[in-house]
Design a protein around this ligand. Sequence first.
Ligand SMILES: Nc1ncnc2c1ncn2[C@@H]1O[C@H](COP(=O)(O)OP(=O)(O)OP(=O)(O)O)[C@@H](O)[C@H]1O
Length: 525
Amino acid sequence: MQPGELPRTVLPEAARTAFVRMRGITKSFYGARANDGVDFTLQGGEIHALLGENGAGKSTLMNVLTGLYQPDSGEIAIEGHVRRIASPADAIEAGIGMVHQHFKLVPAFTVAENIHLGWNETPFRLDPASLAARTQALSDRFGLAVSPGARVADLSAGEQQRVEILRVLARGTRILVLDEPTAVLTPAEVRALFAALRAFRADGNAVILISHKLGEVLEIADALTVMRAGRSVATGSTAGASRSSLARLIIGDTAIPATVARNETDVPGAQAVPLALRGVSVRDHRGIALLDGVDLDVRAGEILGIAGVAGNGQRALSEVLTGCVRPDAGDVLLDGDASGPRGAREFADWGVGHIPEDRLRTALAADLPLGENAVLRDYRGDAAGSGPFLFPRRLARLARRIIDDAAVNLRDSRIPARNLSGGNQQRLVAERERRIASRVLVAAYPTRGLDVGAVAALHAGMQALRASGVGVVLISEEIEELLAQADRIAVLFAGRIAGILPVAQADAERLGLLMSGQVLPEPVS
Ligand SMILES: Nc1ncnc2c1ncn2[C@@H]1O[C@H](COP(=O)(O)OP(=O)(O)OP(=O)(O)O)[C@@H](O)[C@H]1O
């Protein structure tokens, strides 16, 4: 076996009929090949990870399998029979179901209603009680806990994902495709999901898992395929693979950027507090407190980590820190002054960059071209014009620079942002906001959807901002990431700051206690 090669799957291929056999799949957009003669084989009873760097063609291949895209050429056989999958309905009929990163549920409907919506087995006459009973039976059968009567809008991301998966499984799916399913889950939810997937596999079904989280891939997957630049470059068993061997297969000959860890040196002027919250409370439309009396200092030249299980006030915190939402009580101080800039635009002009958690809905205008998205937030700066005048050529040059520095794989600035792969959208937003952040960068889950190389580049970018005296707020659920990057870590629990630890005093155990609402045995400094 050559270095970097994967062991072959144990059973000889001829011994079983593959669940899915894709051969020579080619699909181009605007003349660029997103899939270039891809072969992919999925066996029954396996969890198969689909890996590759941002823009490698993973989602495209799965969109072909699930009937969203028609390939330009190539063939798909399901359980030995060649099939044309012309629509998602054809895919469902072939037993293939996909759960996308952006859920497709109706927020105002209940869990039971969402599961039964558009399902040809939904009985014609149905009362809420029997809808709920049928949903509960599905939940028990697949080991995915949901509350049938709850409104989807009130559910956490993890709960919504369970509803999506149940919706798909209820329709007789034997081949389940999951696109980065753990990106929005808490560690406990990841464990529950993996248990459900193992049970699904034990029944002879199969799962295709698109993921950038190599540790999770090694934990759950039996087999894997790596894509690079639209081609399948390696496939085989996960036995014997390691994180670094997978990273090598994914990135190829490109050097993997060294993991950038926290810079221990103090930055001059680091005592300054450009942004602070004093007694800040934010309520939702029902009057429920999302943030409750939060005091927080964002210091210049430091990375302030925000730990906590998602749904404990993270979204409200990032919105209040970036001027997107005004607090119902308390003050947001810019350079100690509560009477300064107000809205998101003024905060950006003042030097606050914002990488929000939902890039497609809040950070990008999906139908506008890349170039316009690149300069969406700083077109009034000197780089784009002068006074009230806007210089289109200067603006185009600025857009070009941002697109190049973001290292997105599509360089044509006229292409709509929605046509970028998920990871490339995230790269563009991160670069645009890094440039705006002359004082503070607020980054919510900024590594979501990024491949291993892009994660390292993002961390390096945050450390460079810190070194130049910018205050960085890093909201993350990954304790490992916070311990490696942050100078101090604040823990959010139920809308309050449960404690703030200098990183030297923080470890997974102490952070875990605070994250679950418990107090530390000794006081927090
Ligand atoms: N509808 C579309 N129109 C134009 N280009 C597209 C479209 N869908 C995908 N592409 C392009 O195809 C290429 C592959 O994208 P794809 O989404 O399959 O990548 P990916 O491997 O899933 O990446 P990521 O890890 O970032 O999600 C990218 O260059 C992307 O911009």
